[in-house]
Design a protein around this ligand. Structure first.
Ligand SMILES: C[S@@+](CC[C@H](N)C(=O)[O-])C[C@H]1O[C@@H](n2cnc3c(N)ncnc32)[C@H](O)[C@@H]1O
Length: 564
């Protein structure tokens, strides 16, 4: 010690030098303590001492290393840092499943969100990413083609889906470009397309350079008329043309842009309180997770929507409706208010005679059947439900389970009604009221099925129109003279609506169209303004998302002239 202290002549600033290795502080401390050491020469370190010292140091370093290793081993393993945030990964997976495997986003997304453990804002973020991208897919493809300088069919599908999701973040959600671009590049790698990450980076940086308005101008530079509306509102052209024709038949052609815009607004969650099973007041505010429900209060409805239209309708302001006890046990259900009006047009447009027999020809998954069953139970009628697809018939049974005496559910082709032996349930003239909620393209429910518009094809319409006509023929034959049919579609396409009805009226001289707007007037909670031109000859009721806040439901009541 003394020797080291002496070397700390170091006290004059060179203490680190040769003393390194034995603890300079110790040595210089000595120097500070004892000025008397100053000037004494340190003994020279022998070769043996040096060797011993280096062996000691080595031992100490090895011990330190072992200790650190043992500490690391005792720590819980750290999860790998997520390279793509979960909501984006979930949204991408859903988009991929929709474009590659024809999955339905509205069925897949909730389960993927639950599997990933996303809740609250993260769940909402994943939903907007997936639904928003799918809804505007055609528009984003056009932007990507402009930015990439190549057709989208020359882009690898998994990479194209990354670009679509990125484009929606930049143009639809206006998120920070660095997050949208960087995570898209990571997604490209995660999707196994590492080689394309530079391409994705370049295309998205090009898109990010200009804002949404500039891209819209570019994408619509050489189009006009319906083609312009198609790009602006991200609808296939043939759908725009079909919607224009349907609006024109209702005297509302000028509202086409409003309708297309409404198709891009996610609908609020609407519910029905099944009459006789639960009071709307019991449903309102009765959730277990604080879901707020209000009876269609206008302030809480999107501006494109006006008010509730069904007397049984409720609007979910927030939260998960499944957490409401009456929804959990089936006494209240999620149901579009247009669908509610369609069922009520059949059950409430004329008084019910006790013992009436009602038929729901195409009941799956059972929304209108549940409402009709509740109406039948409180008026002394009996409902029979039918569905072609067994799995969907199972859903109908589940929907009807909430009734104290659930109606019977048949599994079969609705076209067999009316043609069985007289006196049997499939024979002629068996039913007093028949709901034919026909299989259709669903062009009136584009708000709630984000990818549907890109998946449908004009050929679907012709095929469905034939089936709709045959089902309506069967319903007419199965109806008692003086009875009532509600022909309903959630499509406003003329070939599925007015033309099917016109065909049936031409084929069945005993069939009469009932003034449906007049029948609905006392049922709806407000004036639906269904015949804007005061067109008394228009017997059909066509609802619209932009006017009524409902799906574009078509409802035509029909009756058979009573027997002479
Ligand atoms: C528009 S959906 C009915 C919706 C239902 N009314 C509701 O409110 O929940 C049409 C249904 O008709 C069924 N369907 C299709 N072809 C049919 C047929 N030939 N006979 C009976 N049902 C059929 C479909 O499986 C589908 O479930």
């Amino acid at each position: 010690m003394s020797g080291a202290g002496g070397r700390s002549g170091g006290a004059n600033g060179r203490s680190g030098g040769a003393g390194r290795g034995r603890g300079g502080a110790e040595r210089s401390g000595g120097a500070n303590r004892s000025g008397g050491d100053r000037g004494r020469r340190a003994p020279r370190e022998s070769a043996d001492d040096r060797e011993a010292r280096s062996a000691r140091e080595e031992r100490r370093e090895r011990a330190d290393r072992d200790r650190r290793r043992a500490e690391r081993a005792a720590e819980p393993p750290r999860p790998p840092r997520p390279r793509v945030t979960l909501p984006r990964q979930v949204a991408y997976d859903v988009i991929r499943a929709v474009t590659a495997d024809d999955a339905y986003a509205n069925l897949l997304l909730p389960s993927r969100i639950a599997e990933a453990g996303l809740t609250g804002r993260d769940a909402g973020f994943a939903t907007e990413l997936a639904y928003g991208t799918l809804r505007r897919l055609g528009y984003y493809d056009r932007v990507i083609e402009l930015a990439a300088g190549r057709e989208t069919d020359r882009i690898d599908p998994p990479v194209l889906d990354v670009l679509r999701l990125g484009a929606h973040q930049l143009l639809g959600m206006e998120l920070a470009p660095h997050a949208a671009v960087d995570e898209s590049v990571e997604l490209t790698r995660a999707a196994g397309a590492k080689n394309a990450s530079g391409f994705v980076n370049g295309v998205l940086r090009t898109i990010a350079r200009d804002d949404a308005a500039i891209w819209l101008r570019r994408a619509t530079a050489h189009v006009d008329g319906d083609a312009l509306l198609a790009v602006e509102h991200a609808h296939p052209l043939w759908v725009v043309e079909a919607l224009r024709a349907a609006l024109a038949a209702s005297g509302r052609e000028a509202e086409l842009a409003e309708l297309l815009a409404a198709d891009n607004v996610p609908p609020r969650v609407n519910l029905v309180a099944l009459p006789g099973l639960v009071e709307p007041t019991e449903v309102v505010g009765a959730s277990t997770d604080g879901a707020a429900l209000r009876a269609g209060a206008a302030a809480d409805i999107h501006p494109a929507e006006i008010d509730r239209v069904s007397p049984l309708g409720l609007v979910a302001a927030s939260g998960d409706p499944a957490a409401i006890p009456a929804v959990a046990d089936g006494r209240a259900r999620v149901q579009d208010q247009g669908s509610q009006l369609a069922a009520l047009a059949l059950s409430r447009s004329r008084p019910v005679e006790p013992g009436e027999r009602w038929l729901d020809v195409c009941a799956g998954p059972g929304g209108k059947a549940a409402l009709l069953a509740a109406e039948a139970a409180r008026t002394g009628a009996t409902l029979l439900a039918n569905e072609l697809v067994p799995a969907r018939a199972g859903l109908v049974r589940r929907a009807l389970d909430a009734l104290p005496e659930p109606p019977e559910v048949l599994e079969g082709d609705g076209r067999r009604f009316g043609s069985g032996p007289a006196g049997s349930i499939t024979g002629p003239e068996q039913f007093d009221r028949i709901l034919l909620d026909a299989p259709c393209t669903g062009l009136g429910a584009l708000r709630r099925r984000p990818e549907a518009r890109w998946r449908k094809h004009p050929d679907d319409v012709a095929e469905l129109a034939v089936l709709q006509g045959e089902l309506l023929d069967a319903a007419v034959t199965a109806l008692r003279p003086g009875g009532l049919i509600a022909y309903v579609t959630c499509s406003p396409h003329l070939a599925e609506t007015r033309e099917v009805v016109a065909g049936a009226l031409a084929r069945h001289p005993e069939l009469r169209a009932v003034d449906t707007p007049a029948a609905l007037a006392p049922i709806a909670t407000r004036d639906l303004e269904l015949t804007p031109d005061g067109d008394a000859a228009d017997t059909a009721a066509q609802l619209w998302p932009h006017r009524h806040g409902t799906d574009a439901m078509f409802i035509q009541l029909l009756t058979r002239t009573p027997a002479e």
